[in-house]
Design a protein around this ligand. Structure first.
Ligand code: FE2
Ligand code: FE2
Length: 286
C-alpha cells in the first residue's frame, strides 16, 4: 500500500467558486481559509475552507480558462465532487508502490511549489481521482472548531462512492490506500450493498455502495454519470432544527426527515448544494 498519512481535503469543481463558497459557508459553515494565488498558465483557480470537527479542508476549484480539464469535467457532468487529496509520507515511494501494483501514477510526479504530488486516475480506482501528495511547507495552524452554518454541522462522517463492484472496491481501498473494513451491510429497501472503511490517520471514513438491483438509486447514479463520489455525510446537532433552518432559506430538504432504523437524517439535494449531495444525520439522543 502507499504510505498514507491522512486525508487533507475533498475537492469539488464549480463554475463559480466564490458563489459556491458563500453557499457552503452559509449552509454548512465551511469557513473560508484561503484563495489560490493566480498563477500563469494555471488550469484552475479556487479556494479552500475548513470543515468543522473532521480535520480536513473542503476545496472548490473553478476552471481558469475554457480549455481547462476542469471545464470539460463540468461540461460533462455538471458541478460536483472532483478529487480527494491524501498526504503520504514519501511521494517517490508512493509512485513506486503504485507501479508495483500495476497502477500508473497519472501525470508522473509534479511539483507546484507547495506540494509534490501525483494522481490515481478514476479509471484505475473504481471512480475516485486520488491525489497523493507531500507538502513542501509546514502545515498551517488553523482553528478547526469554528463554523457549523445554519444546519449546525458537528463534523463530516464519511464520503461515499457509488461503485460497480463492492468486493473489488474493498480490495482496492485496502491494498492501495491501507483502508480497513469496519462494517458492511445490505440495504434491501434502497437496493444496495454498503461498506464503511477507515482511512489511515483520518477521522473521515470512506463508504462504498454497490447497487443490488437495477432500480437502485446507486444504479441510476452510475447509469446517469459514472461510478464516482456520490455524497458527503455530515453529523448535525439536530435534524429537525436543520430542516427548519433550511426551509427558512427556501431549501426543501430532499426526501424529508427519514427515521428508518439507521440514524435520523435528511438530505440537501445537489441542486441546492451547488452540485453535491449532503446527507445530514444526528446521533441518537438519550
Ligand atoms: Fe485539491
Ligand atoms: Fe453514506
Amino acid at each position: 500500500m502507499i504510505p498514507v498519512k491522512r486525508i487533507d481535503h475533498i475537492s469539488m469543481g464549480h463554475h463559480d467558486y466564490k458563489e459556491q463558497q458563500a453557499r457552503l459557508e452559509r449552509l454548512l459553515g465551511f469557513e473560508p481559509l484561503y484563495e489560490f494565488p493566480v498563477r500563469e498558465g494555471a488550469e484552475f483557480t479556487g479556494c479552500t475552507s475548513q470543515v468543522r470537527g473532521t480535520e480536513i479542508e473542503f476545496e472548490i476549484i473553478q476552471p481558469a480558462h475554457p480549455k481547462s480539464f476542469l471545464q470539460r469535467f463540468i461540461d460533462e457532468q455538471g458541478p460536483g465532487l472532483h478529487h480527494i487529496a491524501v498526504e503520504t509520507h514519501d511521494i517517490e515511494e508512493t509512485a513506486a508502490e503504485l507501479e508495483r501494483q500495476g497502477i500508473r501514477p497519472f501525470g508522473g510526479i509534479e511539483d507546484d511549489g507547495d506540494w509534490r504530488f501525483t494522481f490515481i486516475h478514476p479509471k484505475e480506482s473504481g471512480g475516485v481521482l486520488w491525489q497523493p501528495f507531500v507538502p513542501k511547507n509546514p502545515p498551517r495552524d488553523l482553528d478547526r472548531s469554528a463554523g457549523g452554518g445554519i444546519v449546525d454541522l458537528v463534523r463530516v462522517d464519511h464520503v461515499s462512492l457509488a461503485a460497480k463492484d463492492i468486493e473489488w472496491q474493498i480490495d482496492f481501498q485496502s491494498r492501495v490506500l491501507g483502508c480497513e473494513l469496519e462494517n458492511r451491510w445490505e440495504d434491501d429497501e434502497l437496493g444496495y450493498y454498503g461498506a464503511i472503511m477507515t482511512i489511515p490517520g483520518s477521522k473521515l471514513q470512506f463508504e462504498v455502495m454497490q447497487p443490488s438491483r437495477p432500480d437502485s438509486f446507486v444504479q441510476r447514479f452510475i447509469d446517469e454519470r459514472r461510478p464516482g463520489l456520490h455524497h458527503i455525510c455530515c453529523e448535525v446537532g439536530d435534524v429537525d432544527r436543520a430542516v427548519e433552518a433550511l426551509r427558512a432559506e427556501g431549501i426543501e430538504p430532499h426526501g424529508g426527515v427519514v427515521e428508518n432504523g439507521w440514524r435520523k437524517h435528511t438530505f440537501i439535494h445537489p441542486r441546492d448544494g451547488g452540485g453535491v449531495l449532503f446527507q445530514l444525520f444526528e446521533e441518537p439522543k438519550e
